[in-house]
Design a protein around this ligand. Sequence first.
Ligand SMILES: [Zn+2]
Ligand SMILES: [Zn+2]
Length: 257
Amino acid sequence: MDPAVAAFRNEYRAGIARSYNGWLHGSFIFGVGIAYIVYSALQAQGGGWAWLSIAPGFLVANFGEWWLHKNALHRRIPALKALWQRHTVQHHHYFTEAHMTVDSHREYRIILFPPYAVIGLGLIHAGMAALWALPFGAAAGWAWMVGGMSHYLLYEILHTAAHLHERPLLRHLPLVNTMRRNHWIHHHQLLMPEYNMNLTLPIADWALGSSDLQRGLFGTLFNGYRMDHLKPELRERLGRETIPFTPRRLTPPLSRD
Ligand SMILES: [Zn+2]
Ligand SMILES: [Zn+2]
């Protein structure tokens, strides 16, 4: 492992509280998130067409993720400096294109959002849902909240899966494999401010031109580990020495260091 990355990892690990448990951290996020989804779904019951509001709730969350990641996590906005510090300074130093994986649940500390984020995001989606409910009714607002929170929980699953050691299941599961390759490209030191800003599904990346792939939406979503659809400017910029271009060569940086 690169000595600078190894030193940063040691320093970061030494600062994790002894009482920290990654499984507990994840359980809190998913406990709160699932309760929020179940409660909202119960309120939306009998809403008929209102259930379709899950889709805009999910989509707005996807474009919001893209915006926040590009503008607040990779640029230092004074009011949101803590987000930049946690993401660009810590997360992107802990994981580079050559060192993408964790070895223990204690390292989930650097992958999962802090526990209070699920509450903050729940409130943001509730606020947007209240606006949505004005023209479309209360059931539509509750369905929006189901879509928004489902997007966040899917983000935590897919982002964590992108930082796990290579396993046949992760390699073959649709969307999971896509996001592992997608996020690996994002962690490339040269590419992180510009490419693959979605961490859940690359919908906004595809729509706004920041995907590293030259493919339609379906192909981008189900690309898996394929590297043959890379945009020509990326191939040129990185050169064949810097980045592996075939799925077979993608494996080593994702597997055990
Ligand atoms: Zn990451
Ligand atoms: Zn990033």
